[in-house]
Design a protein around this ligand. Structure first.
Ligand code: SAM
Ligand code: DTB
Ligand code: SF4
Length: 353
């Protein structure tokens, strides 16, 4: 690297190089750490944009092929009527969003949809349920669904709300590969967004999932009215878990009419890209998923997200209840950027404890 590749380190006159330099140096080398603090992470996200992008892309290339992006498909297996009050969500029964609530889908209907997804190139099938937590009476059906989707040759991921320790173990035994459970935002801002559960509840489920041996998928949403420090704090929590999540979805809020956040001011493109870069630097071995909100992103904006280290997306015309770019549009984007679908599973990656 020549002297113009990164901002010169700053020195504290009294005590020599300050700790920020140590964090910055280890981040530049892609060394995973679990002792992040807000000021040290802030010093990275506030780097000049070119330095931040260069650093994030350099770290990205140490572990990943920069021209490959993993693709997952989503299916809502139980829609609407949720008891939680997440104030961004179309599926909360606290808001009138015009959504029809459904029961848990039949295993056969799910496996039929999964077979179609496999044909379109997805390597993982993610199934979401609008539950606070699964009921014991649903567990047999959930296990049968996991077995059916695995038989098709797809990796399985579920997001069902909070789990008990026993439920996590049962899902693992049925063959579940990943569990998605987002912390959504910072601990400090959490109660502004959700009041029917706590940040601690979320962390507890993540611990059960990890202990059961299921790969962890956990991230959040930008555009909830949070500050930059809230975004940084959310990533500090994720990066300071005993093991980094294998997968970190970063969603841009899809504003839903009827919810409390229907008119939330959108997060700027460059602030979104900076947050992706910070996630890449703080969790260098994790897949960073550019999740909800791609319909509002230009090709150029998505290219910047991939340059910042995002390497996974959801494909297919629907997310859970909202739209996603259609397949032809994504195929054209991949062709423009010279990207190819990756089949690398996070679980195959070098450990980033
Ligand atoms: N009910 C389960 C739960 O909350 O964990 C699983 C489904 S929930 C819809 C999965 C995640 O989708 C949420 O944690 C949130 O991060 C994201 N999400 C939901 N609505 C969204 C929206 N309107 N825009 C962006 N992301 C959203
Ligand atoms: C995640 O972080 N994003 C996905 C997945 N995990 C389950 C869900 C996005 C939902 C977007 C709003 C909707 O379609 O209802
Ligand atoms: Fe329910 Fe999940 Fe939506 Fe919250 S995000 S209201 S828990 S479906």
């Amino acid at each position: 690297m020549n002297q113009h590749t990164l901002k010169t380190p700053h020195h504290n006159e009294a005590s020599g190089p300050d700790l920020t330099d140590a964090f910055r140096a280890s981040a530049a080398q892609g060394a995973p750490r679990h002792d992040w603090t807000l000021p040290h992470a802030r010093a990275l996200i506030e780097l000049p944009f070119m330095d931040l992008m260069f650093m994030a892309q350099s770290v990205h290339r140490r572990t990943f092929n920069p021209n490959e992006v993993q693709m997952s498909t989503l299916l809502s297996i139980k829609t609407g009527g949720c008891q939680e009050d997440c104030n961004y969500c179309s599926q909360s029964s606290k808001f009138d969003t015009g959504l029809n609530a459904t029961k848990l889908m039949d295993t056969e209907a799910i496996t039929t949809a999964a077979r179609r997804a496999k044909q379109t190139g997805a390597s993982r099938y993610c199934m979401g349920a609008a539950w606070r937590s699964p009921k014991e009476r649903d567990m047999d059906a959930l296990c049968a669904i996991i077995e059916g989707v695995k038989d098709i040759g797809l990796e399985t991921c579920m997001t069902l709300g909070m789990l008990t320790e026993e439920q996590a173990v049962r899902l693992k035994k049925a063959g579940l590969d990943y569990y998605n459970h987002n912390i959504d935002t910072s601990e400090e801002f959490y109660s502004e967004i959700i009041t029917t559960r706590t940040f601690k509840d979320r962390l507890e489920t993540l611990q059960y999932v990890r202990e059961a041996g299921i790969n962890v998928c956990s991230g959040g949403i930008l555009g909830l009215g949070e500050s930059q420090d809230d975004r940084i704090s959310m990533l500090v929590t994720l990066a300071n878990l005993p093991q980094h999540p294998e997968s970190v979805p970063i969603n841009r809020l899809v504003p839903i009419a009827g919810t409390q956040l229907q008119d939330a001011p959108p997060v700027s493109d460059l602030d979104f890209v900076r947050t992706i870069a910070l996630a890449r630097l703080m969790m260098p071995g994790s897949m960073v998923r550019l999740s909800a909100g791609r319909e509002t992103m230009s090709d150029e904006m998505q290219a910047l997200c991939f340059l910042a280290g995002a390497n996974s997306i959801f494909v297919g015309e629907r997310l859970l209840t909202t739209g996603n770019p259609d397949e032809d549009k994504d195929a054209a984007l991949f062709a423009r950027l010279g990207l190819t679908p990756s089949h690398q599973a996070e679980a195959d990656l070098p450990d980033s404890p």
